[in-house]
Design a protein around this ligand. Structure first.
Ligand code: ADE
Length: 226
């Protein structure tokens, strides 16, 4: 998979070099490139924003630099992802969809967002998705893009050493994951649940399923749809 990221703060993406994502890049599972939007500006101030038509607070990112940058990046099978608090909610199922794409381009806006015509223009030829990380407002799309990229890349076949660990994690079944325990058996007076020491695989499976349901109904009843 190829991932291009466009931002006026390219160093936000330095952490992508670290840990598992860095390894995925080394293994050629994913090729990530970060582009500075200001590199395509033509004025001395390298400006990328202006006041909003119709008035209002804040600044809007102008379409010209986005057009110049995205024309050079978008190909036939490219998806344009625009992190925005006004987008559809990011989810594990969207991460699965992203992980099957050949080319993702993340357009990270700052200020009050990007001129709507940029999304409309590329939407005529490409899959364009405005995507929100959650119901809160960040200063820009960079942190949201990092989160979406991490959630996506770990789903690409060959990324996880043990792909089975993907199956049981939170949100894959629509439920939250059951609690996990390891050694020692007793820690500060707290014991590992007896059933996990029983060796009875069917009893363990049932206990974990019950724990998943109980936890989901306690902390995320919305996921159960009741
Ligand atoms: N940009 C600002 N806030 C955001 C959010 N909640 N999700 C995605 N992008 C954003």
């Amino acid at each position: 998979m190829k991932i291009d990221i466009v931002s006026i703060f390219p160093s936000y993406f330095d952490p992508l070099e670290l840990s598992l994502l860095g390894k995925a890049a080394q293994n050629k599972i994913v090729d990530v490139e970060v582009h500075d939007l200001r590199s395509v500006t033509t004025d001395v101030h390298k400006s990328v924003d202006d006041t909003p038509y119709g008035g209002g607070a804040g600044m809007v990112m102008t379409p010209e630099p986005w057009g110049a940058m995205l024309d050079s990046l978008m190909g036939d099978d490219s998806w344009l992802i625009v992190p925005s608090p006004a987008g559809v909610r990011f989810s594990q199922s969207l991460a699965h969809e992203f992980s099957a794409a050949a080319h993702l381009v993340f357009a990270c806006g700052r200020y009050e967002g990007i001129d709507q015509r940029v999304m409309d223009h590329y939407g005529e030829r490409h899959r364009v998705l405005e995507v929100s990380l959650g119901d809160y407002v960040l200063n820009g799309g960079e942190v949201a893009a990092l989160a979406m990229i991490e959630a996506t890349v770990r789903l690409i076949p060959g990324f996880m050493g043990n792909p089975e660990s993907l199956v049981e994690e939170s949100h894959e079944s629509g439920l939250l994951e059951y609690p996990s325990y390891t050694k020692p058996r007793s820690w500060r007076g707290l014991e590992v649940p007896e059933v996990l020491l029983s060796g009875n695989h069917e009893a363990i499976r049932r206990w974990r399923e019950d724990q998943s349901r109980e936890r989901t109904s306690r902390v995320r009843p919305d996921l159960l749809g009741d």
